[in-house]
Ligand binder design. Structure first.
Ligand code: AMP
Ligand code: ZN
Ligand code: FE
Ligand code: FE
Length: 280
């Protein structure tokens, strides 16, 4: 494997592996660059950088920002954001805070439905910090209610709009693009083909995000069929965006590096972030 893995989660959000472990896997798989893109936090980046130091793997600081438009969730990847600039750091803090209160609400609903999981259990699985639905799902597995975390993502449990599903604070996708550009980061729309029952992100919204300065489209993703990937590569060309790919690895299964982006594209992302950030 070569090139850059541009989408990976760690224990700083809902990944199973620590940042150090993800770096070690990236090195074993001969990747040249690795973006750490946890949900709504850059907390895993420093540990990854320390682990990679002097070992020939470039760490790209990143984050996957929770956004929503009309209750439909949209994920925006941002690479190299400077959190000391603009509103991004504050907004990410608000999302993380909302994740904590929402975890408590989801647990309460599940308890009312007769499940025996506890908030402590969920928070422990989340290392006390940045809980997401996968931690609730793993707690349901731990109590024996289900046998695999994926089984929690149903209308009966915590799937989108499900009985025990609770919304969290999320940013408007266009405002998030603007915020990322202001912070000199490169905004890339994650898995545009995911959501709305396989329809993916509304094309009109993608165009609106492109007009706002979106830089890339994650055409290569595990949940995109080859024809969807080709569709988004074509859309990227039409809208003047860079097409990227990432595995969205959460640790199990260990998909790290199964999708990768050429270093040339990574360089172009970086250059565009610098020039578009300056135009703002
Ligand atoms: P949250 O951000 O807390 O709403 O949780 C979203 C995360 O849950 C995603 O990033 C995935 O890791 C996971 N997820 C979402 N849908 C599913 C699903 N159908 N099966 C398994 N995991 C899912
Ligand atoms: Zn996730
Ligand atoms: Fe995502
Ligand atoms: Fe992700």
């Amino acid at each position: 494997m070569s090139g850059a893995e541009l989408h990976a989660h760690t224990t700083a959000s809902d990944g199973i592996l620590s940042p150090q472990e993800v770096v070690d896997v990236a090195l074993q798989r001969h990747l040249e660059a690795l973006a750490i893109t946890d949900h709504d936090t850059l907390a895993g980046v420093t540990e990854a950088e320390l682990q990679a130091e002097g070992r020939g793997l470039e760490i790209i600081p990143g984050v996957e920002i929770s956004c929503a438009r009309e209750k439909v969730s949209v994920h925006l990847l941002a690479y190299w954001p400077d959190l000391t600039v603009g509103a991004l750091a504050d907004e990410l803090g608000k999302i993380r805070q909302s994740r904590r209160s929402r975890a408590a609400k989801m647990v309460k609903r599940l308890q009312e439905m007769g499940y025996s999981l506890t908030l402590d259990q969920v928070m422990e699985l989340a290392s006390g910090n940045n809980p997401g639905r996968p931690h609730v799902a793993r707690a349901l597995v731990a109590t024996g209610a289900i046998s695999h975390p994926d089984e929690a993502f149903t209308s009966e449990l915590i799937g989108d709009g499900g009985r025990a599903y609770v919304e969290k604070y999320a940013l408007d996708p266009v405002e998030a693009v603007e915020m990322v550009l202001e912070s000199k980061g490169a905004p890339v729309l994650a898995h545009p083909g995911v959501g709305r029952g396989g329809e993916g992100v509304d094309s009109a919204l993608i165009e609106e995000m492109a007009d706002a300065g979106l830089i890339g489209l994650e055409a290569g993703h595990i949940d995109h069929t080859p024809s969807r990937k080709a569709h988004f590569e074509e859309m990227a060309r039409r809208l003047g965006l860079l097409a990227t790919a990432g595995s969205d690895c959460h640790g199990v299964p260990l998909k790290l590096g199964t999708r990768s982006t050429p270093l040339q594209t990574v360089q172009a992302l970086k250059e565009r972030a610098q020039t578009q950030g300056n135009d703002n």
